[in-house]
Design a protein around this ligand. Structure first.
Ligand code: DGT
Ligand code: CA
Ligand code: CA
Ligand code: ZN
Length: 571
């Protein structure tokens, strides 16, 4: 459970080191450790308990120095070095660095010159025109900061599903393991797998609600208790997430689960149907007059309302109820449907592991093929590959396929779309690749018309197979590009280009409504982890959830198909 806390601290340390102009190698080490901890399936505390510092060092991305810091944190609850950094520059580094265009160096200057510690200070100084006067800032920067604050404000009170889900599942498991708990389920937006989460909602069936409350309000990872009642309590976790728990009667579990899963709009629609049938629906059950009609499980509840069961991910009152009534609900893609992963980075560029390590990890994850898609040359920060290096990589992949069993490694790249819509790798080299992924990684702020034309021009390249993270957003950090998504979907259909659902939890790009629109227009999609280390294949789960929220079926997702069929879909 300390995995996320430590990851957050290491991200902060990396930012502080950047302020200090520390060498890039050292900064990357902390970022890598944070990435690894965020996606680590085991509890870091358990690893330490079993094998001490030595075992910590075996964790991907953790070397001696960082292992010792982890030990220090687990033993004392603090990391001295980090505490000193915070004391020296006491700023709200999370919210400030979430403002687009504000890096650590700028944050430091703002603190030193204007004593800016948080978003409020930043906003005040920007509005007072103080920032434009600082060397290296200017009026344009000030304007962008104000825009950035607006965006950070609207997105920051919510938590990415990638951070919340592992914590919620852990708490759910702990509750479930208590001897006096019959069932424990996480409901709300987490069960619907929304891309961001306001708070966590737990439901428990137990004959000893008092004991459940005792346990819940004294869990080790709590920052504060807002309230504790007979059957309901509310807390804040140390990671900042609020959580509430309710104990419900067994015969009402289905009704309670349905009510607290939401969405609110879906609930309202169901209640209206109940009323039309002369019944009443609430969190205790479905009633005809005083008589309890249904409510023990959700299936029976939907049935009693004359509906087919509706999966949580599509309970948004966007047509699912009508489809349920007419029995035309989609047969949603499921967790074990994926056969391959079409976007994987390696240590050839900004990934942490070798091609072989990634292939082995993918196989363990149950996949039978992956595409290696390292960045290409115009992305200098990632050490992008040129035509020559791609050819070298191709040879290594051939050798590897000769040795590996049960997994096929395909050749690909994540090619950059240049300003004019051309690609930064020449066509003869692209022809040699099995899968050409392509994406915008520069000039994010182009006007809508230009950006749309730029991307469409790239889609018209005879080798361009999959448009990666099509809208370029980073949740809570960077808004999507200003693009005409309908035009891009039309162009995808016309050119036979696949659109990606990037499963990386901070991207989840495309989003649900765009996925639905693409499918409606007959466009095919892929679900890719965008893995940068060998633990990242777990992210596919978030991509599948996103696809389900977009009503996707197996037939819509090309990497849910066997390799041969998938390849035929490509240009
Ligand atoms: P969140 O927490 O903002 O990510 O989203 P939810 O959907 O988890 O919302 P939350 O935690 O406020 O409430 C959990 C569920 O409880 C919600 O999905 C539906 C139900 N609910 C809450 N308030 C209302 C309400 O006023 N009317 C109805 N019908 N249902 C509600
Ligand atoms: Ca909630
Ligand atoms: Ca709630
Ligand atoms: Zn990318």
């Amino acid at each position: 459970m300390k995995n996320q806390e430590l990851a957050r601290i290491f991200r902060h340390i990396a930012l502080y080191l950047e302020m200090d102009n520390e060498i890039i190698f050292k900064i990357r080490a902390y970022e890598n450790a944070a990435n690894s901890l965020e996606s680590l399936p085991e509890d870091i505390e358990n690893i330490y308990k079993k094998g001490g510092v030595k075992a910590l060092e075996d964790v991907q991305g953790v070397g001696r120095g960082i292992a010792e810091k982890i030990e220090e944190y687990l033993k004392t609850g603090k990391i001295k070095h980090y505490e000193e950094m915070k004391k020296r520059v006491p700023v709200d580094i999370d919210s400030l660095s979430a403002v687009e265009g504000l890096g650590p160096k700028k944050i430091l200057i703002l603190y030193k010159k204007l004593k800016i510690k948080n978003l409020k200070d930043l906003e005040n100084s920007a509005q007072a025109g103080k920032i434009r006067k600082l060397a290296g800032f200017g009026a344009k920067t000030e304007e962008n900061i104000l825009k950035g604050i607006g965006f950070a404000k609207t997105s920051n009170e919510r938590f990415p599903i990638g951070v919340v889900l592992p914590v919620a599942v852990e708490i759910e498991k702990r509750l479930q393991s208590l001897p006096y708990v019959k069932r424990a389920i996480v409901a709300g937006s987490i069960r619907r797998r929304k891309e961001t989460i306001g708070d966590a909602d737990f439901l428990v069936v137990s004959e000893q609600p008092k004991k459940v409350m005792d346990y819940f309000v004294s869990m080790p990872d709590i920052a504060r208790v807002y309230g504790r009642g007979e059957t309901k309590s509310m807390i804040k976790l140390k990671n900042g997430l609020d959580a509430d728990l309710r104990v419900v009667p067994e015969r009402s579990l289905g009704a309670a689960l349905n009510y607290f899963t939401g969405s609110k709009e879906h609930n309202v629609a169901l209640r209206t149907i109940a009323i039309k049938k002369g019944m009443k629906l609430n969190e205790y059950g479905l009633f005809r007059g005083p008589r309890f009609t249904a409510g023990k499980d959700e299936e029976e509840l939907y049935k009693a309302l004359g509906l087919h069961y509706i999966e949580p991910e599509i309970r948004e009152n966007t047509g699912e109820i009508e489809a349920s009534r007419k029995n035309t609900l989609p047969n949603l893609i499921s967790c074990d449907d994926l056969k391959g992963d079409l976007q994987v980075q390696t240590a050839w560029t900004d990934g942490a592991n070798s091609i072989e390590e990634m292939a082995v990890a993918a196989k363990q994850h149950g996949l039978s093929y992956i595409v290696i898609t390292d960045h290409t040359k115009s992305l200098a920060v990632a050490g992008g590959l040129d035509e020559k290096r791609l050819a070298q990589q191709s040879k290594e992949i051939d050798r590897l396929n000769g040795r590996l069993d049960g997994i096929t490694v395909l050749k690909g790249a994540e090619v950059n779309i240049m300003k004019d819509g051309s690609l930064d790798i020449d066509n003869p080299a692209l022809r040699e690749l099995d899968v050409v992924g392509f994406a915008v990684h520069s000039l994010f702020k182009m006007p809508k018309k230009e950006m749309t034309e730029r991307i469409i021009r790239a889609m018209n390249n005879e080798h361009a197979d999959i448009l990666f993270h099509p809208t370029g957003r980073e949740i809570g950090k960077r808004p999507p590009f200003d693009i005409g998504i309908e035009k891009i979907i039309d162009a995808a259909k016309e050119t036979g280009t696949v659109l990606e659902i990037d499963a990386y939890p901070s991207r989840l790009d495309l989003k649900d409504e765009h996925i639905r629109l693409a499918i409606k227009n007959g466009v095919k999609l892929s679900i890719d982890s965008d893995a940068h280390n060998k633990n990242h294949f777990r992210f596919l789960e978030f991509g599948i959830a996103q696809a389900r929220r977009g009503w996707a079926e197996k037939k819509d997702i090309i990497n849910a198909w066997p390799l041969g069929k998938m390849k035929k879909m490509l240009k």
